[in-house]
Design a protein. Structure first.
Length: 118
């Protein structure tokens, strides 16, 4: 799935700023498991091809965007993904996974009738 999305990005079918289909759409369109779809998008995030905006979705990154003009190769110009960007994405993914786990546990506790912890 990551290869399919990567190819769509590299061929321009999905361009900078375009939203990547949500995992549930990828699941339905390609007949894959939701976790497979999410893992594919995570691979692309790790590669710096897409970035997630909490509550809005995942979007194709413009790795060569530059407010000073058209993209040109330059030694002093930063290119995505930088090490800092990759590390931040990794940390955000860890926090998101921890949040998902906590929400699942809270939902299970609520179903079992456990009172919330003080």
């Amino acid at each position: 799935m990551a290869d399919v999305l990567r190819q769509q990005i590299l061929t321009g079918q999905l361009g900078p700023g375009d939203q990547v289909p949500p995992s549930r759409v990828l699941e339905e369109d390609y007949g894959i498991a939701n976790m497979t779809a999410r893992a594919a998008v995570k691979v692309l995030r790790d590669e710096g091809l897409v970035h997630a905006v909490h509550g809005l979705g995942t979007f194709v990154t413009n790795p060569l965007s530059d407010a000073t003009g058209p993209a040109t190769a330059s030694a002093d110009r930063p290119h995505m993904p930088t090490e800092e960007y990759t590390e931040l994405v990794r940390r955000i993914d860890q926090l998101t996974e921890a949040q998902d786990t906590l929400l699942r546990l809270l939902a299970q506790a609520a179903r079992l009738g456990c009172p919330p912890a003080a």
